[in-house]
Design a protein around this ligand. Structure first.
Ligand code: SAM
Length: 256
């Protein structure tokens, strides 16, 4: 079982520091990038796993007319923050629990920016798929093995030993690394600082995946190969249930 100690840093970061987002960026991240229209989630039970301070829970409540929104977060501070923030909303259920063990039922699940921080990604994914209704869908992002992540890892090896407040103080110096891509540019310096802190500090688990490791994870969780859609590098949408009936037989069209 993953302990509170492993997520303490997240509890501090996601409740005592600030991230900012507009509805436009939420819409891009939660709908456009996932290949779904904004009313696709209407009437469905949605879940956000490893939800941090609940920013995506908030956005889903604003942008979709879901039947219910379940938020799962292991760090107690972050889960308590959400419970308070959403206390008057009957649609939102906050569960302080481990992605590997929690039990619920949902039609559409998000797990963004998180599986790399879970102690046993295989067990977490299997449990999440178990919690999906038949034909339920999951959008999940992964930290990938890239030249950049390989080059940054030795820096993290040193920086993660610093006290959190010192790293927070120097995080503006590291933030420029995270404004050079599309998301970074869109989100601005404040979020880049948060991301820099998130990336370099001492979360006990920080893992990077290859494409083939991801496909193996899905296979082990019982996802049919034809139910896996790679949306972009490190971002996948998968569906539970029967897949398409395909084979390698070649068919000809046009003149013989
Ligand atoms: C980088 S944050 C991302 C938060 C959120 N998905 C977002 O993008 O705003 C990762 C979160 O996963 C949580 N977490 C890590 N391991 C977990 C587990 N086994 N079960 C549930 N939550 C977990 C951490 O406490 C942290 O809040």
């Amino acid at each position: 079982m993953q302990t509170q100690r492993t997520v303490e840093s997240f509890g501090w970061q996601w409740t005592k520091q600030t991230v900012v987002d507009s509805k436009k960026t939420f819409h891009r991240r939660l709908f456009k990038d996932c290949g779904i229209w904004c009313d696709y989630l209407n009437g469905k039970v949605i879940a956000d796993i490893c939800s941090g301070n609940g920013r995506h829970v908030w956005a889903l409540n604003e942008l979709a007319n879901a039947k219910k929104i379940i938020s799962v977060e292991l760090a107690k501070d972050a889960a308590d923050y959400q419970s308070e923030k959403f206390s008057s909303n009957q649609k939102i259920e906050v569960i302080q629990g481990d992605a590997k063990e929690v039990e619920f039922k949902a039609d559409f699940i998000y797990m963004l920016g998180a599986i790399q921080h879970v102690s046993d990604a295989e067990a977490a994914l299997q449990n999440i798929v178990k919690n999906m209704n038949d034909r339920g869908e999951l959008v999940i992002s992964f930290y990938m093995v890239t030249i950049a992540t390989t080059l940054l890892e030795p820096i993290r090896f040193i920086l993660k030993r610093l006290p959190k407040r010192i790293l927070w103080l120097i995080s503006p110096l590291l933030a420029p690394i995270f404004v050079i891509n599309r998301n970074g540019l869109e989100m601005g310096f404040k979020n880049a600082r948060h991301t820099a802190y998130d990336w370099f500090w001492s979360h006990e688990y920080q893992r990077y995946f290859t494409e083939s490791e991801i496909l193996t994870l899905f296979e082990e969780a019982g996802i049919n190969e034809t139910n896996i859609i790679r949306l972009q590098k490190g971002l996948y949408k998968v569906r539970k249930g029967e897949g398409a009936n395909v084979d390698d037989v070649i068919h000809s069209f046009g003149a013989e």
